[in-house]
Each structure stands twice: as structure tokens, then as C-alpha cells.
Design a protein around this ligand. Structure first.
Ligand code: NAP
Length: 438
């Protein structure tokens, strides 16, 4: 064990009891407690990921006590009231595809979503001040990057990265260090836990649906949404609905269908009724390719999946936009069912990164396969304004206690989590706090 590790690890019993200072403040507070506004203790509780325990969440996530980070110029220290859960914590804990612990670092604090109160601001911060209630956007970048200084989109900068995943000091801690531009006004009608839940998935879905030129979602478009009851999916259905589009969801359990319909989907397809998932057979494998298209036994193939879309729509119409993230298992189907001239937009490869794309369906039908990742400030503002106006709901399904952080991630890793988005209480002592407007 290195020196840093030895001093960082302390048990919960040591918490703050003997660390009171002359002013009555303490060097460490219990989880669920808040120091006086603006007082930054020296130490904090956090869930840490370390390289030696990379693996599934129950192994990789462990509670420890560490120093509160310093804030630099343009940075803000936020006292986290609640943290949102998303897949980034799972990827970070596995250490794959990205080893999140950088040279010179001993641990990683995950957590890309959160709500909280500003406790300290660095030099040159003008958009927030101590006491402001904020929600946290994940994208970070170096404002001095030549691309950005030249007016380019931060999203395309080589310095662009996701806080709480590609960079440490995320929201699974009592304090989190962010760049000032990551702070957005907290919707006053939401509790801390609901406010923590939506921004990461919301901004990603917003960008996927709104930012791709002629393929931006339009009124009347048909949109197919994979994982429709998941974090991205529940936001995508609502964003599509607000644009006047018609969405169809894909789920793996009929119990999720009603949830999607309540959000605005006109229907859902249960993907377990089909058996053609995974890499599409090579074009020289005629029998395999035919089976992929037609299905086998009880399970339908790609053609049956397309007919299921038509059945829901009541007409032979294909989706102009397909919202993808499942990856290897589904991309081939997405491209097949997409309307001629339409777009398959993807932000992930949950089932694998190496799909086979049958180019015949792409070029002959002039379809677009578009990558999309997180978003720019405009995308964050776009989704936050919809939530502020109560036109999009965070769809908070379940809030966990601080102690349940690893279990909550494990549920998600096993796809056993409930529909919608999930949160963990950090400094908010109970559910329902933080609401300041009807
Ligand atoms: P989520 O809440 O777990 O929802 C994803 C849903 O996808 C699952 O609930 C599951 O729904 C479905 N799914 C899982 N495996 C599948 C498969 N093999 N085939 C078809 N559907 C499958 O997760 P999320 O928050 O929506 O995130 C989804 C992915 O997007 C993750 O990999 C995440 O890291 C990524 N992501 C990327 C960005 C970005 O900016 N690049 C941002 C947010 C999320 P059913 O079982 O009901 O079908």
C-alpha cells in the first residue's frame, strides 16, 4: 500500500468526533450533514475506485475518507446534496475501456451527475457564487485549447472530457470540484435527488436528437429508441414528444411498456421476441444472412422486427431517426430499419464496440451513421430549460442511500434497475428536500 493510500483510508468510526476546531467547525462531517455555508472541511467521505480492485461495482466501489480538493482558477467547489447514477460509474469501476486512474493519481472518484450548493469559487468565476443551488453538467474542457479559442465547439476539442469518468473528483463525494461552466441553475421545483438525476442522460439525448443538421428531430418524424425505459431512453422519448415526433421504444420486458407510453411513446417492441442480435453474418454467408433477416424457430429476425414497427405505426413507415447505444447487438438492425436518407445516431456500445455494418444498406439507401457524445453548453441549456419549464421530467425511479452506492451500480450493471434515472443521497439528510417552488 502506498503512502497516499495508507493515509486516505480511515473507518467511519473516526468521523469528525475529535476533529472540532476552535471556531466550532470540524475537519470532517458525517454523510448527510452540511458544514456551515462556505466552510470547507479538510476531509470528506467519498466512494473511491482504485486500480487494484477494478471490476464489477460491488468490488470496485469502496467508501473511504480523503482530502477535499483545492479549487483552481475558474473552478468551483460544490457541496453535493445528491448524486445521479449512470453507466459511467460502471465503466470507471471496470477500468475498461478506459483506465480512469491517471499517472500520479491513486484513486478515482466517479459521478457525472449531481445537485448541490456552491461552497467555494476560484479566481475569475463570475457565473455562480457561494450559496447558489446548482446542477452539474458532465462536460469539461480547457478554455485555452486553440480549437475553442478559435471559436470551435468544445465537444470537438482534444481537451473535451467527461467529469467523474475521464477525470476524477466526481459527485460520489461530499464535495466535488468542477469548472464554473459545469454549474447550471437547479430547477426549483425538484428535490435534490430528482435534480441530480437527469442532466447527463438528458443532454446526451438532447444532442442526439437536435444537433445533427438535416437530421434534427422534426414534428411528425418517427423515432426508434433503444433502451427506451433507461436513462437515455426516458429522456429521448420526452424530447422527441416535445418536438412533435412519434416515438417507438424497444424494451426487454413488457412491464416497461406502460412507463414508456406514459412519457409519450406510441408503442414498444419487446426485443426478447427476436433472435437476430449480435454481429450480422458476413455477406458471403448466404444461409446465415437469410436467418438473420427471417429469424429462426420462435424468434423473429430483422424483417419481423421491422414489421413490428409498422404494426405499431399502423402503416409501412420507417423511423427517420434511430437513437442507438446498445452497439454490437443492434446497430445492424438499426441501419436496416432506418428510413432511406435517415440517421442512426449512437452514443455508446453497451453490448460491444465491434458491430458489422453491412454497407449495402448504408450507401444504397443513403443513411447516416452518426456518432454523438455528451454535448456542448447549448445542449445542456436545451435540456435544462425543458426541465425548468416542467416539459421534461427527470423520471427519477429510485433513490438510494449513501451506503447503497455500490449495490445501486451493481443493479444497473446487471440491467436489473427500474425504468428511468436513479440517484443517491449524499448530504441531503432525507428525501424530498431542496424544493423551493411549486
Ligand atoms: P440504462 O439506464 O441502463 O439503459 C440502457 C438500456 O439499454 C437498458 O435498460 C436496456 O433496456 C437496453 N439494453 C442494454 N443492453 C442491450 C442490448 N444488448 N441490446 C438492446 N438493448 C440493450 O443506461 P443509459 O443511462 O440509458 O445508458 C446507455 C448507454 O449509453 C451506456 O453504455 C452509457 O454509458 C451510454 N451513455 C453515453 C453517453 C455519451 O455521452 N456518450 C451519455 C450517457 C450514456 P432493455 O433491457 O429494456 O432493452
Amino acid at each position: 500500500m502506498d503512502m497516499a493510500t495508507a493515509t486516505e483510508i480511515r473507518t467511519r468510526k473516526e468521523v469528525g468526533k475529535s476533529s472540532a476546531t476552535a471556531t466550532g467547525t470540524r475537519t470532517l462531517y458525517d454523510v448527510g450533514e452540511s458544514p456551515p455555508l462556505g466552510h470547507v472541511p479538510r476531509r470528506m467521505h467519498a466512494w473511491l475506485i482504485r486500480r487494484e480492485r477494478y471490476g464489477e461495482p460491488l468490488e470496485s466501489f469502496q467508501p473511504e475518507i480523503v482530502d477535499v480538493p483545492e479549487v483552481g482558477d475558474g473552478e468551483v467547489l460544490v457541496h453535493v446534496m445528491a448524486a445521479g447514477l449512470n453507466y459511467n460509474g460502471i465503466w470507471a469501476g471496470r477500468g475498461r475501456p478506459l483506465d480512469v486512474i491517471r499517472k500520479g493519481e491513486h484513486f478515482h472518484i466517479a459521478g457525472t451527475d449531481g445537485s448541490g450548493i456552491v461552497y467555494k469559487v476560484g479566481k475569475d468565476v463570475t457565473n455562480v457564487q457561494v450559496g447558489d443551488e446548482v446542477v452539474l453538467g458532465g462536460p469539461k474542457w480547457d478554455p485555452n485549447c486553440p480549437t475553442i479559442r478559435a471559436g470551435g465547439y468544445p465537444c470537438y476539442s482534444r481537451t473535451f472530457h467527461i467529469y467523474g469518468y475521464e477525470a476524477s473528483w466526481g459527485s460520489f463525494a461530499q464535495f466535488t470540484r468542477v469548472q464554473a461552466h459545469q454549474c447550471f441553475p437547479k430547477p426549483p421545483h425538484l428535490s435534490w435527488e430528482a435534480a441530480a438525476a437527469y442532466l447527463g442522460s438528458g443532454l446526451t439525448s438532447y444532442r442526439m436528437l437536435h444537433r445533427w443538421g438535416e437530421h434534427a428531430v422534426r414534428s411528425g418524424d418517427v423515432v426508434l429508441i433503444w433502451g427506451a425505459a433507461g436513462g437515455l431512453g426516458c429522456q429521448a422519448i420526452q424530447i422527441a414528444r416535445e418536438a412533435g415526433a412519434i416515438s417507438i421504444g424497444v424494451v426487454s420486458d413488457d412491464s416497461k411498456i406502460e412507463f414508456c407510453k406514459r412519457l409519450g411513446a406510441i408503442g414498444c417492441i419487446n426485443r426478447t421476441h427476436y433472435g437476430h442480435w449480435g454481429q450480422v453474418p458476413h455477406w458471403t454467408d448466404s444461409a446465415g444472412f437469410r436467418k438473420w433477416l427471417k429469424g429462426a424457430g420462435e424468434k423473429g429476425g430483422a424483417h419481423a422486427f421491422r414489421r413490428a414497427i409498422w404494426k405499431i405505426l399502423g402503416e409501412k413507415r420507417n423511423p427517420r431517426i434511430v437513437v442507438e447505444h446498445a452497439g454490437e447487438d443492434t446497430i445492424a438492425t438499426s441501419i436496416l430499419v432506418c428510413e432511406n436518407g435517415g440517421m442512426v445516431v449512437t452514443c455508446a456500445g453497451t453490448s460491444g464496440y465491434s458491430p458489422i455494418v453491412d454497407l449495402r444498406y448504408l450507401w444504397m439507401r443513403q443513411k447516416r451513421l452518426q456518432g454523438s457524445h455528451a454535448g456542448n453548453l447549448d445542449d445542456i441549456r436545451g435540456i435544462n430549460e425543458l426541465v425548468m419549464a416542467k416539459r421534461v421530467d427527470p423520471c427519477l425511479s429510485r433513490t438510494f442511500s449513501w451506503e447503497e452506492m455500490a449495490q445501486a451500480h451493481q443493479l444497473m450493471a446487471e440491467n436489473r434497475h427500474p425504468p428511468g434515472n436513479m440517484s443517491v443521497l449524499v448530504s441531503a439528510p432525507e428525501l424530498g428536500l431542496g424544493v423551493s417552488a411549486e
